[in-house]
Design a protein around this ligand. Structure first.
Ligand SMILES: Cc1cc2nc3c(=O)[nH]c(=O)nc-3n(C[C@H](O)[C@H](O)[C@H](O)COP(=O)(O)O)c2cc1C
Length: 218
């Protein structure tokens, strides 16, 4: 049975990102996959790369040996047939927790040799979900977040395998906007979008999760 690893890299475990990661995971499960699910912010404490270079020598070459909360995630990804990662856009990037995971994933695989560049050729299909206040259109070609998204996709492609994006913009950030003096946002509009569009986006990621198993992209 194929194994799919699903990672929610939002500190909130029931909001936009987690919901979409769970929907994609459900799609993969419906297609016959075993799911290993991680809430990154519920793990034991972890950090980014410590620059110990154990992953560049001897028996541990190609493998991060830093023992902390990320160890089970790195182990699970190593044996996965598919990976689903969801993160909120935090300050124009992935969340800090996911960035720590990315440092560990990429650096362990980098040989520091001119040839070959990587210890393992990454081939595990990966679905990358990003949610944000900014509208989805700002991630398209020429948009404010287009370069950032392309860069994160390339990094994940080099670290895990061919990566496809799913962006969910203009999310509902809080239930009751009237409790905050947030003149940037129209709370009623956000609620309307959450009721009308978000359910369709949930169906779309569910389908992508299924495709990850039935027709994995290369
Ligand atoms: C620390 C922080 C930084 C954020 N930075 C951005 C940002 O730069 N651009 C953006 O579009 N949204 C930004 N947001 C909004 C979140 O990306 C958005 O609300 C997201 O859907 C939250 O995901 P969640 O509901 O799963 O927690 C930020 C939110 C927080 C808390």
């Amino acid at each position: 049975m194929p194994k799919v690893v699903a990672i929610n890299a939002s500190p909130r475990t029931t909001w936009n990102t987690a919901t979409l990661v769970q929907d994609a995971a459900q799609g993969a499960h419906d297609a016959g996959a075993d799911i290993e699910y991680f809430d990154l912010y519920k793990l034991d404490p972890f950090m980014g790369c410590r620059s110990c270079f154990a992953c560049k020598r001897g028996k541990t070459a190609g493998r991060c040996v830093c023992p902390d909360g990320l160890t089970p995630v790195l182990d699970a990804i190593r044996t996965a047939d598919g990976v689903i990662i969801g993160t909120p856009n935090y300050l124009g990037n992935v969340s800090a927790g996911l960035y720590a995971l990315i440092e560990r994933l990429v650096f362990q695989n980098l040989t520091y040799q001119t040839d070959p560049r990587w210890y393992h050729v990454p081939s595990t299909p990966t679905l990358f979900i990003m949610t944000s206040n900014a509208p989805s259109g700002s991630y398209q070609d020429g948009g404010f977040y287009s370069d950032m998204l392309q860069s994160r996709l390339l990094t994940l492609t080099n670290a895990i395998g061919p990566t496809r994006p799913f962006v969910c913009g203009s999310t509902l950030q809080v239930e009751d906007y009237s409790r905050y003096e947030w003149t940037m946002f129209d709370g009623d509009e956000r609620h309307r979008r959450h009721e009308r569009i978000f359910p369709l986006e949930r169906e779309q990621v569910h389908e992508l999760g299924t495709e990850l198993v039935t027709n994995p992209w290369a």
